[in-house]
Design a protein around this ligand. Structure first.
Ligand SMILES: [Zn+2]
Length: 678
């Protein structure tokens, strides 16, 4: 293929892939299968590797997967990202207007906007293309999240119309309620802790290491500020209208106001109307519209003098506390939940609210029989924020936090540094047993087709106590349970059989070791290669993994040193589950056997795929260079720290090309494809 032809094909593939991911993620109606998509992606990756002169930061290849890990490059903001002065009082908004009136000589107007409850973002477009996205960070430096921003459906990669050559625009990344609820449902299914509110979910999602996952989170962007220095406009309103004409997402709920009365009307309207918006807002922003007026008002050290944020009061209700339930979770944590006399709050009837933990109950001095204040704020689960002491009956006593597990009667324990009480009876507490099995079966774990109701049914029929029991269930036993038909039973048994092919890193996640989430499990699995290596690892060995800290290392170490756990792992291994990365049919060759390899930089395939490739050829990956490193496999832009260490220790550094020569040639491509497709 000639150079011109290659360039044409690269452009064509980029359009095809971009279009299809939009259809997939935005419209939920993909034209091609995942496999076709991956195949074209590989073709594009190969072409871009062969013709690096056609590199483009917004190519779909640059937006897939991630090699950033959880750390992002920090970059300086061109103009500091300040926060706005906040107020909850209309009279302070009036003072703001009076001050502007006094200081400004010529006439001016106000631009009123919604205040979105998300996480701040600063986008830079160069030549009409998104070239950078930074978080607020500390206001001076932000995290470079460009890769992830490119996966947010309503952020345009390219602009249309008469956009300036280069400019910055700022706004907010939000998670709409619908995405938030879907995400929390999914997390509950997987046994993961739900996000407390859409704002946390949005900022957590924006900072994910895996941009594939970001694309699935249903994030949404709204933009509201072009730093005045960067573009010549007369008014803020004009700048935003222009931005909208270039295809940028600007809120339609903007109003120009000329008096404090109009501002007040805007606030009153949205204090009610915001409840029907599909995303969270927490106030109104009032900006002086004329940019010349903004310039003459200037800034304080922390915030602009030409804008103020009026925050809505959190919705609050006062209602009697009827009783407190103590609920046990999958991990054994006990959470107090308040049962309230039903009360209207933010458009819904609230009957339950969280009391967080024992310390919180004590701090609020909440007693059953009290009239308590309940707030919704940005949170979905309401919380109790105080007690109306003037309504306290004479005879109420502080609640006694249970000493025994409400589920199994085991004395609760509290570890140092933790606010929650735990039931330590992991292997005998019904809620914990059921929770663990549900987690084991989860889609991101063993992907066994059954839900919570089925687990209840199995547990009630004494069929399962540990995950390995699932594999002993016969079709006859299933059919004797209520509601099971031949077809459903077969499907369940088939999914059990399929789960034996699930790779080790997901099996490790499925075990439900405390603090070991999906990506930590993958890191640990790929680092050690087998359950035996993990079981014999010291805490110090575990700490070698870059994202593993004391807490995770301690939890894994303890888990592996409990006989009951090792016995269960033994049973699962006999059943045929994978407990090694390289074992069985996954192993392609032993070309790298005994080698410890550190991987750094970008490659023609994702870094995870590279690690899997190494494992498939019998090699072991380590996260940092040490005396036992065999060589550093360096792609483009390897870490300078790692290179220096290699130099110091005399450890060879090899390129991707040299590396591929170490592998049996006929199998390399096949292996790469197989591994990246799965
Ligand atoms: Zn218990």
């Amino acid at each position: 293929m000639g150079k011109d032809e290659a360039q044409r094909r690269i452009e064509e593939l980029r359009i095809l892939l971009r279009e299809n991911s939009r259809k997939y993620y935005v419209e939920n109606a993909p034209d091609m299968s995942d496999q076709e998509f991956d195949f074209l992606m590989h073709e594009l990756e190969a072409l871009e590797a062969a013709y690096p002169e056609f590199y483009s930061p917004d190519s779909p290849t640059q937006r897939v997967g991630s090699d950033l890990g959880s750390e992002f490059v920090k970059r300086a903001h061109r103009y500091p990202m300040l926060s706005l002065g906040n107020t909850y009082s209309i009279s302070e908004v009036e003072e703001f207007a009076a001050r502007a009136d006094k200081l400004l000589e010529s006439g001016f107007s106000y631009c009123c906007e919604l205040k979105f409850d998300g996480t701040a973002i600063c986008l830079t477009y160069t030549g009409g293309r998104l070239t950078r996205a930074l978080t607020r960070g500390d206001g001076t430096m932000g995290d470079d999240v460009t890769r992830n921003a490119l996966r947010i459906s309503n952020i345009p990669h390219t602009l249309k119309g008469d956009f300036p050559e280069e400019f910055e625009i700022r706004g907010e990344i939000l998670m709409p309620y619908a995405s938030f609820e879907a995400l929390n449902r999914e997390r509950a299914d997987e046994g993961e802790a739900p996000f407390a509110n859409p704002r946390n979910a949005a900022s957590g999602s924006l900072k994910l290491g895996d941009s594939e996952e970001v694309a699935k989170r249903g994030l949404w962007c709204t933009l509201y500020h072009i730093p005045a220095q960067s573009v010549p406009f007369d008014t803020h309103y004009e700048a935003l209208s222009k931005a909208a004409s270039w295809g940028l997402p600007v809120s339609e709920h903007i109003k120009l106001c000329n008096s404090i009365e109009e501002i007040r009307a805007f606030i009153d309207y949205w204090d009610v109307a915001r409840r029907s918006l599909p995303y969270a807002t927490d106030g109104i922003v009032i900006k002086i519209n004329e940019l010349s007026a903004q310039r003459s008002l200037g800034y304080t050290a922390k915030s602009p003098r030409w804008a103020v944020a009026y925050k809505f009061k959190a919705e609050q209700a006062c209602t009697p506390l009827l009783s407190i339930d103590y609920q046990v979770g999958r991990t054994g944590a006990v959470t107090p939940v308040a049962n309230l006399a039903p009360v209207q709050l933010g458009g819904t009837v609230v009957k339950r609210a969280t009391l967080v933990n024992a310390d919180q109950i004590a701090a609020l001095d909440v007693r059953v029989g009290d009239s308590v204040y309940v707030e919704k704020g940005g949170e979905i689960i309401p919380k109790i924020t105080g007690v109306n002491l003037s309504l306290r009956p004479a005879d109420v006593l502080p609640p006694a936090f249970p000493a025994l597990c409400p589920d199994c009667g085991t004395p609760l324990v509290k570890q140092e540094g933790e606010a929650k009480w735990f039931c330590p009876n992991q292997d005998g507490c019904p809620t914990q047993i059921k929770g663990r099995i549900l987690h084991f079966m989860g889609r991101k774990a063993m992907n066994i087709l059954a839900g919570e109701a089925t687990v209840e049914q199995f547990y009630a029929a004494s069929l399962v106590k540990t995950p390995s029991d699932l594999y002993k269930i016969s079709k006859y036993q299933l059919m004797s349970l209520e509601g099971w038909q031949d077809k459903a039973a077969q499907r369940f048994l088939d999914s059990l059989e399929d789960s034996k092919k699930v790779p080790f890193e997901r099996v490790l996640f499925a075990l439900g070791i405390r603090f070991v989430g999906e990506s930590t499990a993958r890191d640990i699995a790929l680092h050690f290669g087998s359950i035996d290596a993990i079981a014999s690892a010291s805490k110090k060995d575990l700490l070698q993994i870059s994202d593993v800290g004391e807490v995770v290392a301690g939890s894994v170490y303890e888990y592996m040193h409990k006989d009951a756990h090792m016995e269960e792992i033994g049973k699962l291994r006999l059943i045929g589950l994978k407990f090694e990365v390289t074992g069985g049919s996954d192993s392609v060759s032993a070309a790298l056997a005994g080698k410890t390899i550190v991987v750094s930089g970008n490659f023609s395939i994702s870094r995870d795929a590279m690690k899997e490739l190494i494992a498939a050829h019998g090699g072991k990956c380590a996260s940092s260079v040490s005396g036992s490193t065999s060589f550093l496999l360096a792609g483009s832009k390897p870490g300078p720290e790692k290179l220096r260490k290699c130099d110091q220790l005399g450890i060879p550094v090899i390129s991707e090309d040299e590396f591929s020569k170490l592998l049996p040639s006929s199998e390399k491509n096949e292996a790469v494809q197989e591994l990246t497709l799965f």
